[in-house]
Design a binder for this molecule. Structure first.
Ligand code: NAD
Length: 255
């Protein structure tokens, strides 16, 4: 029996990177996992196949999160598939992971890039969660993926940092709003993690790799599994008394 046996989870942006790691970890812990993707259906199917090969249960759900009208589509897909893969409806764990990182100092940030970051990083988690609340069982979990960039000033991702600050505020207020139902709401704030999001400036650039590693007290760049482990704790029964918190998963970048 895993710590999440019998639970149902939805992870957004789970076709790669941190989301994929979270989906795989929650499935390994026993949850039935909905692997959400935006564009890459084949990659999402590959995640489902990997989970099943590992003895877990998963299915895909689709929505382009930059498009407001797509949130209901995601839930229609979820409600249909969850009944195909289990004998009851509903949801236990929502992980709002999907996100984008527009790069640029304040002078270079275009209205289009800003609006897209707001749509994917702020608007989508808000309205996705609004629908999730109707499906979440009492005692459920909402875990938002924020960023260490809300506390470590990286001036080339200024619009991104602003949207993640909003995620932290959402986490705090939603925890209070849903506490009466025993639902916990927390955020996990990763530092620099070696994913495709950072590939263009990090991978193979020795100077960037060294300074990224030195940013953490533990002296290395983070891995997606490091973040998934924190999410797994918050999702489990052991995390039941933690709510409204932003949990640092930066390897101690602010120390
Ligand atoms: P990634 O780019 O590898 O993955 C992001 C995921 O979000 C992808 O699966 C992508 O398909 C999905 N997504 C993006 N835009 C979408 C849209 N419009 N519609 C549907 N899906 C969309 O990035 P990652 O590094 O795995 O990041 C995951 C989360 O972690 C993000 O919220 C990111 O801000 C946060 N984060 C990452 C780091 C890091 O260093 N990698 C650090 C702090 C926080």
């Amino acid at each position: 029996m895993g710590t999440l046996t019998g639970k149902k989870a939805l992870v957004t942006g789970a076709s790669r990177g941190i989301g994929r790691s979270i989906a795989e970890r929650l499935a390994r812990d026993g949850a039935l996992v909905a692997v959400h993707y935006g564009r890459n259906a084949a990659a999402a199917q590959e995640v489902v196949a990997a989970i099943r090969a590992d003895g877990g249960a998963a299915f895909t759900v689709h929505a382009e999160l930059g498009v407001p009208g797509d949130v209901p589509t995601l839930w229609e897909g979820y409600d249909r598939e969850v009944l195909r893969h289990s004998d009851s409806p509903g949801l236990d764990i929502l992980v709002n992971n999907a996100g984008i990182t527009p790069r640029g100092e304040i002078e270079q940030t275009t209205p289009e890039a800003f609006d897209e970051a707001v749509a994917v990083n702020m608007r989508a988690p808000f309205f996705l969660t609004q629908q999730a609340v109707k499906r979440l069982h009492d005692g459920g979990r909402i875990i938002n993926i924020s960023s260490g960039a809300t506390r470590i000033a990286l001036t080339d991702i200024i619009a991104y940092a602003m949207t993640k600050g909003a995620v932290d505020a959402f986490t705090l207020t939603l925890a209070k709003a849903l506490g009466g139902r025993g639902i916990t709401v927390n955020a996990v704030a990763p530092g620099i993690i070696d994913t495709d999001m950072n590939a263009s400036w990090l991978r193979g650039n020795e100077a960037a790799e060294t300074s990224a590693a030195q940013l953490s007290a533990l002296g290395r760049i983070g891995r997606a599994e490091d973040v998934a482990a924190v999410v797994a704790f918050l999702a489990s029964d052991d995390g039941r008394w933690v709510t409204g918190q932003v949990i640092d998963a930066t390897g101690g970048s602010q120390l």
